[in-house]
Design a protein around this ligand. Structure first.
Ligand SMILES: Cc1cc2nc3c(=O)[nH]c(=O)nc-3n(C[C@H](O)[C@H](O)[C@H](O)COP(=O)(O)O)c2cc1C
Length: 226
């Protein structure tokens, strides 16, 4: 009987030890693996999803050729022509380009009633009218096919700072629409003189606006051209 009891105790002891060895202790001192086989979980199985067919995405070439953009170029000494230029740009969705003399006109410069003022000197001496601009050419000029060109009337003609821009650019293939502001004078020959100066481009008759013209009246004129 004692043998049987000893045998059973041994059996229980062996069974208990075997059970302990086959089970991890789960001790908190053993860090868990950072990840268990992430590659297998993260790598999706290849599927047989169909490859999309190319659609009618325009090529860069077709965008460049179609152009169709509008540029509103202007010189404005006291802000009137600039307001009109902004109204044209808003109505056409065009870009604007302001012609800025390197030596800007002050109020004294613009005083045509004062003997010896800058505008009087330049008016009396054609050689003094070659006004240097901070920029006389436009980035991406080729993209624009309609050019509005605006200026104040000075002594019945286009204020001469625009001459520098007109001489510096090739208007071939472009529709050019002059516009001006003035106290009372009309467009006169100002547009035609600029067209002759340019020698290229399809110059339209253009439009004169009162210095204080409203945004709405300018937009109405732009829409009448469409
Ligand atoms: C030097 C000078 C000459 C001008 N000559 C005329 C003119 O001959 N006829 C006219 O109606 N207005 C004339 N004006 C008025 C301007 O054409 C008018 O105020 C214009 O709207 C100014 O535009 P801006 O504000 O864009 O410079 C003259 C203005 C200046 C400064």
């Amino acid at each position: 009987m004692r043998r049987i009891t000893a045998f059973l105790l041994c059996f229980v002891l062996i069974f208990t030890l075997a059970a302990c060895n086959s089970t991890p202790s789960g001790s908190s001192s053993t860090p868990a693996p950072a990840s268990s086989a992430p590659e297998a979980a993260a790598t999706p199985e290849p599927t047989s999803a169909p490859t999309p067919e190319p659609t009618e995405t325009p090529t860069p070439e077709s965008e460049a050729v179609s152009g169709g953009k509008t540029l509103v170029v202007y010189f404005s000494a006291s802000g009137n022509t600039e307001r009109v230029a902004n109204a044209i740009a808003a109505a056409t969705g065009g870009d604007t380009f302001s012609l800025e003399p390197v030596n800007p006109y002050t109020n004294e410069d613009l005083d045509w009633t004062a003997d010896g003022s800058r505008v009087n000197v330049e008016h009396d001496n054609e050689d003094a009218r070659a006004i240097e601009l901070t920029a006389a050419t436009v980035d991406n000029w080729a993209e624009y096919d309609t050019i509005y060109i605006g200026y104040p009337i000075w002594w019945g003609i286009a204020a001469w700072p625009v001459d520098t821009f007109v001489k510096a650019n090739d208007f071939t293939g472009k529709t050019v629409i002059p516009f001006c502001t003035s106290s009372s004078s009309g467009l006169g020959e100002s547009g035609q003189l600029l067209a002759d100066m340019a020698g290229t481009g399809d110059w339209q008759e253009g439009q004169r606006f009162q210095s204080s013209v409203s945004h709405e009246d300018v937009a109405e004129w732009v829409n009448s051209l469409k």
